[in-house]
Design a protein around this ligand. Structure first.
Ligand code: SF4
Length: 295
């Protein structure tokens, strides 16, 4: 009994630990991901911690200076090669926080462009995509999914469009952030100077070419959950994307799972999150996945 409790705590701690530092690596980090149901290797294209969103729930610590200001593709490739080797030979699971990760979760699910800011703002985005694809092929991992986790603000940029074209020829997923149904709530939660209209347009135009996942975080902000009016508006935005010919593979609905740097931000209770997911599934016909906070 004591052993199984310890086991559960260790796995939970690996799920909670989304630290972007691993050994002396600067750009590549492994994560045990609930959403990926396996190991996800993150590639941080924004080591300078600059982001064009300022989400109230962001976990990136911007009070400390970055270890390095810009991406070095050659170094990133070396780190990713090393990471793939230690995943393949199992030595990744001989170190914290991956000790006791069960075999069922030790599979490599994906390599994700993510990190300490919006990956598509990086001038190296396209090069990084090409470089990761090359390395996957070199390691015989051409079936490994590439995942882009994006706030959708730059999806219309030519360099990003062509990077996505290359990525989408391989196994891939695009996870586009949509946390609001109205411009006011978008401003409150995502705190960006980019307009909500532009975000919706970018998601729609990208979804018309490449089916994508919508990723939405709902939380209690200063004690308030999003209102039903906001959730209705969010549903309407999803329907507008679908009615414009956008293909949505599903909606991931989650909440705060790790410490954040703004005050007044708390996880939405699991039951409330499940109600939103069920409402969206019923009203849009989309697949919804629900990820409550980790307690
Ligand atoms: S888009 Fe991501 S990195 Fe940027 S502020 Fe929001 S949560 Fe943080």
């Amino acid at each position: 009994m004591a052993l199984s409790k310890d086991f559960a705590v260790k796995v939970l701690s690996a799920h909670r630990d989304h630290s972007r530092s691993f050994r002396d690596f600067l750009f590549v980090y492994p994560v045990l991901s609930r959403r990926s149901k396996g190991i996800s290797i993150g590639v941080n294209l924004n080591p300078n911690k600059v982001c064009n969103f300022g989400c109230v729930y962001c976990c990136v610590d911007r009070t400390t200076p970055p270890r390095i200001k810009s991406l070095n593709i050659a170094r990133m490739e070396w780190e990713l090669g090393e990471m793939l080797e230690i995943w393949k030979d199992g030595s990744l699971f001989l170190q914290e926080p991956f000790l006791l990760v069960p075999a069922s979760l030790s599979r490599l699910n994906d390599i994700a462009f993510s990190g300490d800011g919006e990956p598509t703002t990086s001038p190296h985005f396209k090069n990084a995509v090409e470089s990761v694809i090359r390395l996957c092929k070199h390691h015989g991992l051409q079936q490994t999914k590439l995942v882009l986790i994006t706030d959708a603000s730059c999806l219309e940029k030519p360099m990003v469009v062509s990077g996505l074209e290359i990525m989408c020829q391989e196994p891939h997923e695009i996870w586009a952030k949509l946390d609001a149904g109205t411009p006011d709530y978008f401003k409150l939660v995502n705190r960006s100077s980019i307009s909500f209209e532009k975000i919706l347009k970018n998601i729609t135009q990208t979804a018309q070419k490449h089916p994508l996942w919508i990723q939405s975080l709902f939380m209690q902000l200063r004690g308030n959950a999003p209102t039903q009016m906001e959730i209705n508006a969010y549903r309407d935005r999803l329907l507008e994307i679908l009615n414009s010919g956008g293909k949505i593979m599903g909606v991931q609905i989650y909440t705060v799972a790790r410490p954040v740097h703004s005050s007044g931000v708390e996880a939405l209770p699991a039951a409330s999150l499940a109600l939103i997911a069920e409402f969206i599934r019923r009203e849009t016909g989309l697949v919804t996945e629900c990820f409550p906070g980790i307690s």
